[in-house]
Design a binder for this molecule. Structure first.
Ligand SMILES: [Zn+2]
Length: 274
């Protein structure tokens, strides 16, 4: 089992503002992953992505992407579905240009007035098309934090199964699952279910979280212990022979500082990065 750990977004302590500077800083800190946040827009051009991919490989920092938030594959309006697919396509194109080994995390959409079965069918249809069009990228459907959004853990597992391609995977946001379940999480059950569905690589986001009955409110530092990171490490360690690559993206406001807290916990339990 290899562990890749890093922040969602550029390091706060990098000397240079651009992503290349962030990657250098991560390597200095002994971290080995970063997620590029395309949350407002796909800001990286294709050629720049090719160059950045080379830099990331030289530094040993594995890249993943967060696709824009303005995506709704469950929409009843065809133009909104088309615009959503374009944002995902652009993100997958950049993932291929980067030769990113991490996933492109996508929030699939919102139920609005559509029944769950129809939403599932719409997401599967789009997933099949997108995963086939970008075979070298990894399309990751993320577990969402609000009940109004498509993306419970079971929904993402079923979507990936129905898409039926190796490059379509669930992205498990443990804080979102914890918020959906009103402050409860069974890490062992989540990991075993992934394995049962044939996913030996784990793509995940981790942070602390505040929640209400509707779901997530805001992210908190790892020290909040909501949910407890040490418990995830414990359950991963028990399954070290079953998982191959673990992509662990820290989504707290403390970025690389919290990644180091997570790294320390991983090492305290006898595991290491890389
Ligand atoms: Zn997300």
């Amino acid at each position: 089992m290899r562990i890749f750990l890093g922040p969602a977004g550029n390091c706060a302590s990098a000397k240079e503002l651009a992503t290349a500077g962030s990657l250098k800083r991560l390597a200095e800190l002994g971290l080995n992953a970063q997620e590029l946040e395309f949350v407002q827009q796909v800001y990286l051009k294709h050629d720049a992505a090719v160059e950045l991919g080379g830099i990331s490989r030289d530094l040993g920092v594995r890249l993943s992407i967060h696709a824009p938030y303005f995506i709704n594959l469950c929409s009843l309006e065809p133009e909104k579905i088309a615009a959503s697919k374009k944002r995902i396509s652009d993100s997958l194109d950049r993932a291929e240009a980067l030769a990113a080994q991490g996933a492109v995390a996508v929030h699939p959409g919102f139920f609005q007035k559509r029944p769950a079965g129809e939403c599932m069918a719409a997401v599967v249809e789009a997933g099949k098309e997108l995963a086939a069009s970008y075979p070298k990228a990894i399309l990751g459907f993320e577990t969402t934090g609000k009940h109004s959004a498509f993306g419970s853990f079971d929904e993402t597992l079923e979507v990936c199964k129905a898409v039926g391609r190796k490059n379509c995977v669930p992205v498990v946001d443990f804080a979102h699952l914890y918020a959906r379940q009103m402050g409860e999480i069974d890490f062992a059950a989540v990991l075993d279910k992934l394995l049962a569905y044939g996913h030996a690589d784990l793509y995940c986001h981790f942070s602390g979280i505040n929640f209400s009955e509707k779901g997530e409110l805001n992210h908190l530092p790892i020290s909040s212990n909501k949910p407890p990171f040490g418990e995830l490490v414990k359950e991963l360690k028990k399954r070290a022979g079953k998982f191959s690559d673990i992509q662990l993206i820290c989504e707290t406001p403390l970025l690389e500082a919290d990644c180091l807290v997570m790294k320390e916990e991983i090492e305290r339990q006898g595991l290491k990065l890389g």
